[in-house]
Ligand binder design. Structure first.
Ligand code: PLP
Length: 389
């Protein structure tokens, strides 16, 4: 078979590859602590599971509208419009199987070959992958620990050209856990208005916030029209396998994205959408408890990593990752991540899995219980005490 040239430009997510390698080691009898994958380790709250079962029993097992069930879209618009101060109604919303398709579909709908996409680096690898796949020019914005992993506005401004079409924001941020400062968000909005580019605002970790405030750029004057807010249920409600996400965008783009849904998935599973209504309108206790648990784990992880010579870990303010600076160990990111898995039994990701500016860091997910996190810290410390260069 001859594959289309564009396939050579499609990237991937290393987390899934590391998971496979870790599982292969486990199959040989090795004990591995899994801190590689970005998926909460909790069960989906019981009320949500029950709502899905009831929806199946009630016959929500057929095709539905491509953009999503009208009552679910209205619930999303009501809940997030209020919570994030975004002017929107049901016709601004498209429901998708997971949030990832919103990245794919909005870039498909917006980008011509040669258009420029600005995106955070390190950052979620799919942004760069999809933009490259579509023949756009990818323009990374380096996030540095010295700048609290915030956007460097001077760098951003210097990289804006007449071809700049889209800027991707992600706050709280994967992999650093950083939260954009409100003044940064305001400055980015001003640049977007001045230079007429659109924003894809990935807010999937917005409710997993430990300190500070989440300011959605779509809430700022004139920004709802030029912003696509991406969010979903995978992280907040521990629903990764259900595949449920959505985008909030202007009504013209919403129609295009709905048509892309018709052409690809037809619709998102209807009983899953019913469960989504319960997730948003039912009790929030379990979701809040997860955030508290992530906060405790973060505190243990940051303190434990900072006690290891050669490792410095900034405090993440949201999401469930830590992104320590490992330059003091003498290892490259990739070598350290590989050897921690092979020799210390700790699965984590090289910072470079999130782009070239991730060099000097590794990412640990805190989606594992405290006992396992303490074990991982012990293993990493023991490994480095012998092997540090
Ligand atoms: N955005 C970010 C920053 C993520 O980390 C993830 C998942 O890892 C997603 C989006 C996609 O989530 P999903 O497709 O499971 O809703």
């Amino acid at each position: 078979m001859d594959f289309a040239q564009r396939m050579s430009r499609l990237g991937t997510e290393t987390a899934f590859e590391v998971l496979l390698r870790a599982q292969a080691l486990e199959a040989k009898g090795r004990k591995i602590v899994h801190l590689e994958i970005g998926e909460p380790d909790f069960d989906t709250p019981r009320n949500i599971r029950r709502a899905a079962i009831e929806a199946i029993e009630a016959g929500f097992t057929h095709y539905g509208p491509s953009a999503g069930l009208a009552d679910f879209r209205k619930t999303i618009a009501d809940v997030f419009g209020k919570e994030r101060n975004i002017p929107c109604d049901a016709d601004n919303v498209v429901v998708t199987p997971g949030a990832k398709p919103i990245m794919f579909f909005t870039m498909l709908a917006l980008l011509e070959e040669g258009d420029e996409v600005l995106y955070p680096n390190p950052g979620f690898p799919i942004y760069e992958s999809v933009a490259n796949f579509l023949g756009a020019r990818t323009v990374p914005l380096a996030l540095k620990v010295e700048n609290d992993f915030d956007l460097d506005l001077r760098e951003l401004e210097s990289k804006i050209t007449s071809r700049t079409k889209l800027l991707i924001l992600n706050s709280p941020h994967n992999p650093t856990g950083a939260v954009l400062k409100p003044e940064t968000v305001r400055a980015v909005a001003e640049l977007a208005r001045k230079h007429s580019f659109s924003i894809l605002s990935d807010e999937i970790y917005a409710r997993i916030l430990f300190e500070g405030e989440h300011l959605s750029i779509a809430s700022l004057p004139g920004m709802a029209e030029r912003t696509i807010v991406l969010d979903g249920f995978s992280k907040t409600y521990s629903m990764t396998g259900w595949r449920l996400g959505f985008g909030i965008m202007n009504k013209d783009l919403q129609k295009h994205v709905a048509r892309l849904m018709t052409n690809s998935n037809s619709c998102t599973a209807t009983f899953v959408q019913k469960a989504g209504i319960e997730a948003l309108t039912g009790p929030q206790g379990e979701a809040r408890a997860m955030v508290e648990e992530f906060r405790q784990r973060r505190d243990v992880m940051v303190a434990g990593l900072n006690a290891i010579p050669g490792v410095k870990c900034a405090v993440p303010h949201g999401a469930f990752y830590v992104f320590p600076d490992i330059r003091g160990t003498g290892f490259s990111s990739k070598d350290l991540a590989t050897q921690l898995l092979d020799e210390a039994g700790v699965a984590c990701l090289s910072g470079t899995a999130f782009g070239q500016f991730g060099e000097g860091h590794i990412r640990f997910s805190t989606a594992n219980n405290l006992d396992n996190i303490r074990q991982a810290l012990q293993n990493v410390g023991d490994f480095l005490s012998v092997r540090m260069k």
